[in-house]
Write a protein that binds this ligand. Structure first.
Ligand code: ZN
Ligand code: ZN
Length: 266
């Protein structure tokens, strides 16, 4: 299984997952052209994508969705409330390429996909867990907090993409209007570095070795601040970084680290 983020942040999110020859994009928050370019950077082709899964309807997750389905063979998968939100933009000819999903597991070729509900200020928001040959990889971004049920589902994942959106102090001091700050920091907003670091430590206790800090804000956070907060929490909990646990981060402007599980050439 190969997993790599193509870009993450408020200007666009997308990740690539490949296992057993089946290729998935999780979210497509870039234009088709930009998605094609980023896929090329990781030696993949847009025409080979089999499925696009959507977390929620915010434009940083769905920007290229309809146009990609129009242009390529890929099928789309989204929650009914997401489809309801964007229905006016879906032309007749691709309607039967989109499947409605909820928080039940389903199979895509040999990959088991389990969406789970996250609290966020959209019509609905899903996190995803992917299982292939006994390895689990999970994505939890765009959430005000991580519900216990979601934690219990994803614990034991080898790799977790976890949102570490903002530094609380930087958020309160940045240029956003107060109402936006309140929204971001609230229970249906985004995780702060501190919140992320508590989840990271809890997941580490259940065996997760790799974490990718994601959806890092360019206005109310820095890559360094996100890293240091999470790294310190792990060290305080007794873990040795780069030995027991590995922390990486997703970037807005380019693809992130490659992760391979199982046979590399699958
Ligand atoms: Zn969102
Ligand atoms: Zn987002």
């Amino acid at each position: 299984m190969r997993v790599i983020n193509l870009g993450s942040g408020s200007k666009g999110n997308s990740s690539f997952i490949q296992a057993g020859g089946f290729r998935i994009l999780l979210d497509i928050g870039f234009t088709v052209k930009e998605t094609e370019r980023r896929l090329e950077l990781i030696n993949e082709k847009a025409e080979d994508i089999d499925a696009i899964l959507i977390t929620h309807e915010h434009s940083d997750h769905i920007k290229g969705f309809v146009n990609f389905l129009k242009k390529y063979k890929a099928r789309g998968y989204a929650h009914a409330s997401v489809i309801e939100e964007i229905k006016d933009t879906i032309p007749e000819e691709i309607k039967d390429k989109i499947s409605i999903i909820n928080d039940y597991s389903f199979g895509l070729a040999d990959i088991r996909v389990t969406p789970f509900v996250l609290p966020h200020d959209s019509s609905s928001c899903l996190g995803y867990m992917f299982e292939y040959k006994g390895k689990k990889v999970s994505f939890a971004t765009d959430l005000g907090y991580l519900p216990r049920q979601a934690f219990e589902l994803i614990r034991g994942s080898a790799l977790v993409y976890i949102e570490s959106n903002h530094d609380k102090k930087m958020l309160m001091n940045c240029q956003y209007p107060y109402i936006i700050k309140k929204r971001i920091a609230g229970d249906s907003g985004h995780l702060s570095n501190e919140q992320a670091s508590q989840i990271v430590v809890d997941l580490a206790r259940f065996g997760t070795k790799y974490f990718v800090l994601s959806h890092i804000s360019e206005n109310s956070n820095t890559l360094e601040q996100a890293y240091v907060t999470n790294a310190r929490a792990l060290e305080d909990a007794g873990y040795q970084l780069e030995k027991d646990i590995f922390i990486r981060y997703s970037r807005q402007d380019r693809p992130g680290n490659n992760f391979y599980f199982g046979e590399e050439n699958e």
